[in-house]
Ligand binder design. Structure first.
Ligand code: GLY
Length: 384
């Protein structure tokens, strides 16, 4: 993509005007990223260098770069994307038998690698690894509180909204081997998200702490948001996309309504350029608060999932909001004028309260941007 083309995009009034050529440019961009990223497992690229880091293979983000490659492979039919993606789930096998820190996020890791590989190629190793991850995740279910526990270490009663996105691997396993145990666990956790994470106004809690023996709710915690009562935007995007997915798998309108509730809050809190601040309640005016393009990209893809679940007349506002968000990301928060930059989006916020990864590119922002654009172009296979 040349600077001239990017300028044309900057003048576009709607995403639809530029979508086909944007997609073509993204193929060239991802081709370049294949060379730049090589064997790295990318997570964060700082704004100044634009060079992605190389994270451990049990880090929760390890599936997103291969996920981009698998989507590109399916959308284009080109084999070089498949070849670059192929080896990733095997790396997880090797890490699983070493000391590791796999936890609730195995869905984020195995769905865009093992499971999609199996869906697209019939690879039996991909299926085996996907089922292994589903069993691993099911084993983290707390019967007293009906939640999937978060992380490892000593917080056995903590659960987090992020896991809304990991449920898809349980639903997939249930369908794949016709065993309802997996969907029962996924639905029980989804009910907990509806009852204890999504608030009346559509904002969400990041962490809910339960008594791990009785299942009683102890408290909600701010986690990666500004505080216990704040509204972390990426958490909202996990809930929105995750509940829309759960509706797709179950057909239960309780999850559809939950996704809509979060969507309405999310859209109502967007600033003029339609790219979410990192926490919708970080301060009263949000003046000077950083954006989080990863929340915007994930929410856009979730809104398209929601739109796909509804009749056209109800779907339109969700689809239009998603397209506006994606156009703004393309016009104002992308790296088109920096071919040396290894990422697609800029201005992601990793963990603001911890002061980690501020104003950076995040590989999951790139992933959900591609996922959302692929959905607009008719991509039907689903990873999440
Ligand atoms: N799952 C961690 C995050 O959203 O940053």
């Amino acid at each position: 993509m040349t600077a001239l083309d990017a300028n044309k995009w900057k003048q576009a009034g709607t995403l639809q005007e530029v979508l086909p050529e944007l997609w073509e440019a993204l193929q060239s961009k991802v081709d370049r990223m294949i060379g730049q990223i090589g064997d790295k497992s990318p997570h964060v690229a700082p704004a100044d260098t634009g060079i992605y880091d190389d994270m451990r293979h049990d880090w929760w983000t390890a599936g997103f770069w291969p996920g981009i490659l698998w989507i590109m492979h399916e959308m284009t039919g080109k084999d070089h994307y498949k070849e670059a993606a192929w080896k990733w789930d095997e790396k997880f096998d090797q890490k699983m038998i070493q000391p590791n820190n796999f936890h609730h996020d195995v869905g984020f890791q195995y769905l865009p690698t093992a499971v999609i590989k199996y869906k697209l190629t019939g690879d039996e190793d991909g299926k085996r690894r996907g089922l292994y991850a589903a069993n691993f995740l099911a084993g983290r279910f707390n019967l007293a509180g009906n939640f999937l526990r978060a992380w490892n270490q000593d917080k056995t009663g903590w659960s987090i909204v992020d896991s809304s996105m990991n449920l898809s691997i349980l639903f997939w396993a249930a369908e794949e081997i016709a065993d309802p145990r997996f969907s029962m666990i996924a639905k029980a956790h989804a009910d907990t998200v509806v009852n204890h994470f999504i608030r009346e106004d559509g904002s969400v809690n990041h962490i809910v702490s339960f008594d791990p023996l009785t299942g009683e709710v102890i408290e909600s915690l701010g986690g990666q948001g500004a505080g216990p009562d704040s509204a972390w935007s990426r958490g909202a995007s996990w809930a929105l996309h995750g509940m829309a997915n759960t509706y797709r798998f179950t057909g239960d309108t309780k999850y559809l309504r939950a996704a809509q509730r979060v969507a309405h809050y999310f859209i109502s809190m967007l600033p003029e350029d339609y790219v979410a601040h990192w926490d919708f309640r970080a301060s009263e005016t949000l003046e000077g608060e950083p954006r989080d393009t990863s929340a915007a990209a994930c929410a856009a893809s979730g809104l398209l999932e929601l739109a796909a679940a509804l009749p056209a007349v109800q779907a339109r506002p969700y689809r239009e909001a998603a397209e506006r968000m994606l156009l703004s990301l393309t016009q104002h928060y992308s790296t088109w004028d920096r071919p040396d930059h290894e990422a697609i989006l800029v201005a992601g916020t990793g963990h603001k309260p911890a002061g980690q990864n501020l104003n950076v590119s995040l590989i999951y922002g790139d992933y959900f941007y591609i996922e959302a654009l692929a959905k607009l172009l008719g991509w039907k296979t689903r990873i999440f």
